[in-house]
Ligand binder design. Structure first.
Ligand code: DX5
Ligand code: ZN
Length: 221
């Protein structure tokens, strides 16, 4: 299994977004994670289609769009047209999850489901085989720079078992508080894709940080 590093631009310096993205691209980042927040599902506001479109022009890397919004289907068409590669939605606010996942795929994007720390894996069990990505939140979503919740490690382990048991080929991503101290344990637990915002963009040298995170996984392989 290979390690995929997905820096979140939530903690980037937006006045230098082009440079920040070039830095992580040079460091070998695999995806760019874009946190869309609506001030309703989570207590914070960030950005929408315009920023996705802007980032699309700045890089050829896949754009991993994490939709922390109610009624996410309202934005599928615009986000797909803006160049999103993956659209990940939250079952907590997506009662018709199967239909919504199918719609994302119809639009030519990969479809993901993200689970809050308090949401059981059962929320996706029936449709695990339909997912391209399963995202385990290791903080309560809404803000960058929060502390990793330790029992997320066991949830990642059980999520890997669920994907194996259902024959799902979904990417298993973990998001929140990922840094040099925490990444190794979630990698060993079975995650393959790691979002990191604060750890990368608040570092003196974001390029070195992306490489260091990957190295931490290699060392604990
Ligand atoms: C949290 C977001 C995360 C966040 C991660 O609501 O979904 O993607 O940017 O940030 P760090 O790595 O700073 O915890
Ligand atoms: Zn995120």
């Amino acid at each position: 299994m290979s390690v995929r590093i997905a820096p979140s631009i939530l903690s980037a310096d937006f006045s230098r977004l082009g440079e920040e993205i070039a830095l992580i691209e040079r460091a070998g980042a695999d995806w760019v994670h874009i946190d869309v927040m609506d001030g309703r599902f989570v207590p914070n506001l960030t950005f929408g289609a315009k920023v996705i479109e802007t980032v699309r022009k700045l890089t050829t890397l896949p754009l991993d769009v994490h939709m922390m919004v109610v009624e996410p289907e309202k934005y599928f068409d615009d986000f797909a047209a803006a160049g999103a590669t993956v659209l990940t939605i939250h079952p907590e606010v997506s009662p018709h999850l199967h239909r919504q996942i199918c719609r994302i795929k119809e639009l030519g994007c990969r479809a993901g489901a993200a689970l809050n720390p308090s949401t059981p894996l059962d929320a996706v069990r029936e449709i695990a085989g339909d997912l391209d990505l399963l995202l385990i939140m290791s903080v309560n979503p809404g803000f960058g720079g929060q502390q990793f919740i330790p029992h997320s490690v066991d949830k990642v382990r059980r999520a890997r078992e669920l994907l194996a048991a259902t024959g799902s080929r979904a990417v298993l991503e973990v998001d929140g508080g990922i840094n040099r101290q925490t990444i190794g344990q979630v990698w060993r637990a079975g995650a393959d894709t790691f979002v990191a915002g604060y750890a990368v963009f608040a570092a003196d040298d974001p390029t070195a940080e992306v490489r260091a995170l990957r190295q931490c996984c290699m060392e604990t392989a």
